[in-house]
Design a protein around this ligand. Structure first.
Ligand SMILES: Cc1cc2nc3c(=O)[nH]c(=O)nc-3n(C[C@H](O)[C@H](O)[C@H](O)COP(=O)(O)O)c2cc1C
Length: 214
């Protein structure tokens, strides 16, 4: 079943960066399962999936993250809080693991995927470690976008959050020296009726200023 264009646009117009969540409302398990699956299904360059998504449910951990998030209450009030972490490098073991998984799922031999493995390794080797980390972080933002859009289509509010201290998050979440580092976070749940941002007109440049037809 396809959404109509109108359904899609009304979900996208309904979505806004929620500042105040209703702390009493929780996302149901089946809806949350679908949102987790939307993260899993996110496309990435070569399919490498250079990420981890930490769903932080423990209120004590969320309370520790609050002061590392400019005190933004979405961290503690939202039904669900996801920290999207990027792999800090892309090395041969990562590529091996991905090619093995592809072989398993697609019923191919690893030998038949060797040329692809070589191509991915060649692509990654041309970058510095810092560039590979930045490359991975760009993939993570695709997951953020997919998560927010999926949520909007399901009537779930969200707030993407870069107003956080990634280094402090890594410390609180035990990510230091794990090979993953916090890139961005996303709070999800239900908007509070008191959130005036819900009714603030959505401000965007005119379509003609951002889309060019060539
Ligand atoms: C990557 C990213 C990081 C953001 N970080 C924050 C944040 O830390 N806190 C916040 O309240 N809004 C944050 N926002 C929300 C933006 O300010 C908001 O999306 C933008 O102003 C457009 O408004 P709208 O999403 O309500 O349409 C962030 C948005 C993005 C995409």
């Amino acid at each position: 079943m396809n959404l109509t264009s109108q359904d899609l646009l009304s979900a996208l117009r309904w979505r806004y960066a929620t500042k105040q969540f209703d702390a009493t409302r929780k996302i149901s398990t089946d809806v949350w399962d679908a949102l987790e699956e939307s993260l899993v299904l996110t496309p990435s360059s070569f399919g490498l999936q250079p990420w981890k998504f930490l769903v932080v449910s423990d209120p004590a951990v969320r309370a520790q993250l609050l002061p590392e998030s400019w005190g933004q209450m979405q961290v503690t009030d939202a039904s669900h809080f996801v920290v999207l972490a990027a792999r800090t490098d892309m090395a041969m073991p990562d590529i091996d693991a991905w090619v093995s998984r592809m072989a398993e799922v697609q019923g191919k031999t690893e030998d038949s995927l060797a040329p692809m493995k070589g191509m991915i390794a060649g692509f990654a080797e041309r970058m510095s470690v810092e560039e590979r980390h930045a490359w991975n972080a760009r993939q993570v933002y695709i997951a953020l976008g997919q998560l927010m859009t999926s949520a909007a289509v399901l009537g779930i509010d969200s707030c993407p959050m870069e107003g956080i201290s990634p280094a402090a998050y890594d410390r609180v979440l035990g990510l230091e020296n794990s090979g993953y580092a916090t890139a961005v976070a996303c709070a999800l749940g239900y908007r509070s009726e008191a959130d005036k941002y819900a009714t603030t007109p959505k401000a965007r440049f005119e379509r003609g200023a951002v889309i060019e037809h060539i």
